[in-house]
Each structure stands twice: as C-alpha cells, then as structure tokens.
Design a protein around this ligand. Structure first.
Ligand SMILES: Nc1nc2c(ncn2[C@@H]2O[C@H](COP(=O)(O)OP(=O)(O)O)[C@@H](O)[C@H]2O)c(=O)[nH]1
Ligand SMILES: [Mg+2]
Length: 317
C-alpha cells in the first residue's frame, strides 16, 4: 500500500467507516509494510481515548466484567472499544469464541467495537501490535478502550503499560495477596476488583488486599488504590467500581501523572520500534554470506558473541 492508499484508508476510518477500521487493524496486526505510513497518518488523531487495562488470572471474570462495564459506558453515551488479548492461545480458539458469545449483547451496537487478538503477529510481535491496535482505536475516537489481558507473564504486563488506568481482577481461588505480589500485579494495579463476591472467602481477600495496599510506599498526595467487590454476572458492584476507575482517570489528569505516564510509554514505544527493526535487520544479516561466515567463526570459537555483536553494530543498511 502506498502513501496515497494509506491516506485514503485512514481518512475513511476517521470518517467513521467501520470496514476501513477493521482493515487498518488487520494491517497493523500483520505488521504490514505500510505500517509506518498508517501510523504517520493517524497518530495526530490519537490521545483522546481513556485506555483502561483489565488484567488478572484466567477465569477471574475479566471478560464478564468488561462486558458489564461496556454496557454501563454505553448507557452514559460513550463509544467503547474492547480489545481482548489472549497470548495463551496461539489460534483464535475456545476462550476467544467464549468471549464473543458472551459479548453478544453488544453485537448490533455501532457504539461498541470488539476485537480479539488471539494470534501472535507474523514476527511474534504480539505486544507491540496490541499497542498499535489501541492507537488505531484511539484515533477512531472511541471514548474508552478496554484492553483485557490474562495477567500471567511479562509481555502481558508490558501491554498494560500503555493503559492509563489498570484494573486487576482477582477471585478468592486465584490465591492470596502474596501471590498477587509475586505476579507483579501490586505495582501495576490502580484499582482492585475482587470478583465472584457471591463466593465465600471473598471478604477475606478484600481485607488482605486492603491491608497490603496500606503497606505500599506512596508519595504524599499519591493515588490510594481502592479495593472493590463485584459479582460480574449479576452486575453487582460494577457501577461503584466504575466510579473508582473514573476517579483514577481524573486523578491522572489533575496530578500531572497522565503526562508522565504518556511520556514513559512513548519512550518505550520508540525503543520497541527500534528493537523490532534492529531484530529483523539482524535476522536478515545472519542470512547473508558474511553473516554465515561469522556464524561459523562463532561456532568454531574463533569469535566471541560480544565481538560478533560489535561487528553487527557497524552494519548499515
Ligand atoms: N459465580 C460467579 N461466576 C462468575 C462471575 N463473573 C464471572 N463468572 C464466571 O466465571 C467464568 C469465567 O469468566 P470469564 O469472564 O470468562 O473470565 P476471564 O477468563 O477472566 O475473562 C465464567 O463461567 C463466568 O460466567 C461472578 O461474579 N460470580
Ligand atoms: Mg477473558
């Protein structure tokens, strides 16, 4: 796709054309060669959306909660995009299908856009593609973008760095607060939801989390992480949870943390782009005659990896 075609596609998307939006997202996901042209066109239109990350162990009720939250946002007249990332399933399989069925209440609503990213990108750049898919949706003027990821690994936590507000969803079965700490969820949570509050022991987890949050180092005037009980399937506690999330959103704007977060994110973004490019270029460099020779030298212990890296550093395209 050339510059002109990218421009037209982005213009159509900005005008509200659904199919163009879907096509752009696919191109971003597949790391299309016109990616940089697409980003150039749409980037000036980003920055308006509230990006809300939802994470937690599989089965804690994230999708159910996201579904209810979307319904609340719709009632308030907001346009909502939902991005469900499931890195555990390399193919769009069971979990994603389940999500689709659950989210059916929104299917005919033009104010809701749902996308599942179940596969890794061509070059394995799932987390990077996710960030850019979110940027596309941001430019498409969705008021809220809900990004659901299963909080099981580092890449998933990475994705959440792009979120302005992070909701961590837990259930009593997912373990105690010690495990929450170990999984790195304590540092990223802006709000906790203890879901499936219809189950016994949810009060115990709530108490644990509250005392844990109280022990956290927090600068004066910082955000106090609230803990909310929800029962997603019956929409119990969801509107209170949303109020807490919204006040975090306001807190970000008022405290200046929003800008700080955005600049951290952008720094990482540029570094990610560079390392993605560098990675591809090095991959190609290994395929060349010179690269093969170097590899042989490495294998024969006539060259060490540090020296080889220095040689590659000098390769110009
Ligand atoms: N008892 C109970 N079950 C729930 C609640 N919320 C979700 N579930 C169920 O828990 C299961 C997993 O939910 P899902 O939203 O797919 O979890 P996810 O993997 O975190 O996205 C589903 O069978 C839901 O119906 C709740 O508040 N109470
Ligand atoms: Mg889910």
């Amino acid at each position: 796709m050339d510059r002109k075609a990218a421009q037209t596609l982005v213009e159509n998307m900005l005008a509200g054309h659904r199919l163009s939006l879907a096509r752009l997202i696919s191109k971003v996901e597949n790391r299309d060669s016109s990616l940089n042209l697409i980003m150039e066109q749409l980037y000036p239109h980003t920055g308006g959306a509230w990006i809300l990350g939802i994470t937690g162990p599989p089965g804690s009720g994230k999708s159910t909660l996201v579904d209810q939250m979307a319904a609340h946002f719709r009632k308030a007249g907001k346009k909502v995009a939902i991005v469900a990332v499931d890195p555990s399933s390399p193919f769009s399989g069971g979990a994603i299908l389940g999500d689709r069925i659950r989210m059916q209440q929104h299917w005919n609503d033009p104010g809701v856009f749902i996308r599942s990213l179940g596969t890794r990108g061509k070059h394995g750049g799932l987390s990077h593609a996710t960030k850019e898919v979110v940027l596309v949706l941001d430019s498409a003027r969705f008021d809220v973008i809900l990004v659901e990821t299963a909080g099981v690994g580092q890449t998933e936590l990475d994705i959440l760095r792009l979120a302005q507000t992070v909701l961590v969803v837990l259930v009593p079965e997912s373990g105690d607060s010690i495990q929450v700490m170990k999984a790195g969820l304590m540092e990223i949570a802006d709000v906790f939801a203890v879901n499936k509050s219809d189950r016994p022991e949810s009060d115990k987890l709530v108490r644990e989390l509250i005392s844990m949050v109280g022990l956290m180092d927090r600068p004066a005037g910082g955000w106090a992480v609230p803990v909310h009980k929800t029962e997603a399937i019956r929409d119990i506690g969801v509107s209170e949870l949303l109020k807490a999330l919204e006040s975090h959103h306001h807190f970000l704007a008022e405290s200046g943390a929003r800008e700080w977060k955005a600049s951290e994110f952008l720094k990482n973004e540029v570094m990610d782009i560079l390392s993605e490019r560098l990675g591809l270029r090095l991959q190609e460099a290994f395929e060349t005659k010179a690269g093969q020779k170097l590899l042989k030298q490495l294998l024969g212990r006539r060259m060490d990896p540090y020296k080889a890296a220095a040689v590659f550093e000098k390769i110009k395209k």
